[in-house]
Design a protein around this ligand. Structure first.
Ligand SMILES: [Zn+2]
Length: 274
């Protein structure tokens, strides 16, 4: 009898903790974290109503420990994992997340790429095929009152073997309480220009700078179309590619855009309140 009471008491405490946590989370508004994850991309988004999303996972297992700090210890739920393209620096860190977190859905382009990490990713995707959405333009992720729209690719790339995987990068724009974030993976300038010429509304408050600040991305025409106040560059400290390149920094500075770099500042965090 005493044990039963203790169990109920324990469950009550757990439930109370959960309710309090949810209240605190919602009271804090939405949150977006660009992790300092070395040379790669990994972004965590939490809506005001508590939906949790990942855009890419970085080059190794680091994301796992980063996520533990963002989530309460009793909840490993991730509502959606979005992979922009199957390069190691974007998907390797997602593999352990698919193993040990409770991931509800996976959104990616379905392109083929020949590497051991990409093959491991495809295996995982096959096991989870009922939870997978192949992203194409006009796919919309609805998270309560917040949304995430897929702007690229324009048609399904499932099973295709592209000559430039970077250019197949999924482009997504999240709108959290009216603040817009644009993610472009490692898309090159020619594709950025194509998006502009298609007449999409690309405007965003925060631009996740393409390809870790490489000179291959961030075309001035594209930057003007997005017209962000802030640009975030995820690149590894002392990376062998020399990212971000000076040309990219100069382009962003020319338009008076505030630049935040994970290699210099660590995790870059945005809190959005209504
Ligand atoms: Zn990359």
């Amino acid at each position: 009898m005493k044990n039963t009471f203790l169990w109920f008491f324990f469950l009550f405490l757990l439930w109370g903790n959960w309710v309090v946590w949810e209240e605190i989370e919602q009271g804090r508004g939405a949150k977006v974290v660009f992790f300092d994850i070395g040379q790669g991309d990994a972004v965590f988004l939490r809506t005001r109503q508590g939906h949790r999303l990942l855009v890419d996972g970085g080059p190794d297992k680091t994301l796992e420990s980063k996520l533990f700090k963002e989530l309460p210890f009793w909840s490993r739920r991730i509502d959606a994992v979005i992979a922009t393209h199957p390069h190691q620096d974007h998907i390797a860190g997602l593999l352990p997340i698919l193993e040990s977190f409770d991931v509800a859905s996976i959104i990616w382009t379905g392109v083929k790429y020949d590497s051991s990490v990409a093959r491991a990713w495809e295996e995982k995707i096959k096991e989870r095929k009922n939870d997978v959405t192949i992203a194409v333009f006009s796919t919309r992720v609805v998270m309560g009152r917040d949304i995430l729209d897929i702007l690229h690719p324009s048609e399904s790339l499932e099973g295709q073997v592209p000559s430039n995987v970077d250019n197949t990068s999924l482009v997504a724009r999240a709108n959290l309480l009216g603040t817009k974030f644009l993610f472009t993976g490692d898309m090159f300038k020619d594709k950025e220009q194509e998006l502009v010429s298609r007449g999409f509304d690309l405007t965003a408050d925060i631009l996740h700078v393409g390809h870790h600040g490489s000179r291959t991305s961030t075309d001035p025409v594209f930057v003007r179309a997005v017209s962000p106040a802030v640009a975030v560059i995820q690149s590894g400290e002392g990376n062998k590619f020399g990212h971000p390149h000076q040309e990219t920094i100069a382009t962003l500075q020319r338009y008076g855009i505030t630049i935040l770099r994970t290699d210099l500042e660590g995790d870059v965090v945005f809190r959005i309140k209504r």
